[in-house]
Design a protein around this ligand. Structure first.
Ligand code: SF4
Length: 351
């Protein structure tokens, strides 16, 4: 699966674009002016496996808190600013990247100042087009579909390029998967900059997971995308978990355990649902890429086991464990899962 070649930029020490691993990011929801609360949320993101954290900077108190946040943050910080170029200038003194749309900050002189501040500190700018808030003229001419979103991005990009500023990344988010998908595809051949993928305001865990898997996953499988954010009305950790799963299931991240399990049917003679939940919980810490198969009976389990690193085929009162295609044995009751986990931990620590 080839990846679309893009220019590489750096957000702090995290490379984005080019041949860099596709990074995962999220955004804090604390008041940024409350530095302690924001640092605590960034640490949660870090421990959940995020690479980059974004914080909103809606006022001068928030901009003033950035220095302390940055000092204590284990992750690079993107400062998210709308319209206010003074906030952008303040944030650019501290943050590792600023998100601002240059066409919305009130004229060329202000854009120049912001570009200079970012150039001086060698930090990038993320242009963040949102399908729900396009420029009036663009909306009147092109509507608010994928074409309009791509036109809006080109407009903002040109303002930066005219000032020889090319440390750019771009997002084109809509609140539905088809528009998001088409917007990124429309813009991809037209610019060399890395893309930040995401569906905006994607909803609860259930709906966001579906929308994000369709749009972000679909784009990743076309080789599009350099950093991703899954937006969920829920907990920070959930966003990172879903984002990592999308990367893994779209074949863009080798790291971590992939679990194959069956939907069960009348042949089932065990509590497969509980067993899979236990395995899923107990493998979270494993970074090594391993394929596990946990199946309800021998009908399809033996076929799946041929391609799995470690497999269980449940039967009546227990089941078989198969390691890299070879039968380890038949185990009963709790011993089945315990033995399975022992084998798995041993495989995870193999060099
Ligand atoms: S593996 Fe067995 S229990 Fe699971 S769905 Fe297939 S036939 Fe049914």
């Amino acid at each position: 699966m080839t990846r679309y070649p893009t220019k590489q930029i750096f957000v702090g020490n995290v490379p984005v674009g080019g041949d860099a691993p596709i990074s995962v990011q999220s955004m804090t929801f604390s008041k940024t002016a409350d530095a302690a609360a924001t640092i605590e949320q960034i640490k949660r993101l870090y421990f959940a496996g995020a690479d980059i954290a974004r914080v909103s900077v809606p006022d001068h108190e928030s901009a003033a808190a950035l220095a302390e946040i940055k000092r204590n943050s284990p992750l690079p910080i993107v400062a998210d600013i709308h319209f206010n170029y003074r906030l952008a200038l303040k944030a650019a003194q501290v943050a590792d990247c600023i998100r601002i749309n240059p066409g919305n900050i009130g004229g060329k002189d202000r854009i120049k100042e912001v570009v200079k501040a970012c150039s001086d500190r060698r930090i990038p700018i993320r242009i963040g087009v949102n399908g729900g808030s396009l420029e009036k003229e663009i909306e009147q001419k092109y509507g608010n579909g994928a074409e309009a979103m791509a036109k809006s991005a080109l407009y903002h990009i040109k303002l930066l390029e005219d000032l020889d500023f090319t440390a750019i990344k771009v997002s084109l988010k809509a609140s539905d998967a088809p528009r998001t998908f088409e917007a990124y595809r429309a813009l991809r051949p037209l610019v060399p900059y890395p893309f930040h993928l995401g569906v905006t305001e994607a909803g609860t865990m259930f709906h966001s997971t579906i929308k994000s898997a369709i749009a972000i996953g679909g784009l990743l499988m076309e080789g599009i995308g350099d950093t991703i954010r899954v937006s969920i009305t829920g907990e920070l950790e959930e966003e990172i978990r879903v984002a990592r799963a999308i990367l893994q299931d779209s074949g863009r991240q080798a790291e971590g355990v992939n679990i194959i399990s069956c939907p069960t049917c009348a042949r089932l003679e065990s509590d497969l649902k509980s067993a899979v939940a236990i395995v899923e919980e107990r493998v979270k810490h494993i970074k090594k890429p391993l394929n596990l198969s946990v199946m309800g009976c021998a009908v399809n389990a033996l076929g799946e086991a041929k391609y799995a690193d470690l497999a269980i085929a449940f039967g009546k009162n227990g089941g078989l464990i198969i390691k890299r295609g070879k039968m380890i044995g038949k185990f009963e009751g709790d011993e089945l899962l315990e033995r399975f986990m022992q084998e798995l931990e041993a495989m995870a620590s193999e060099p």
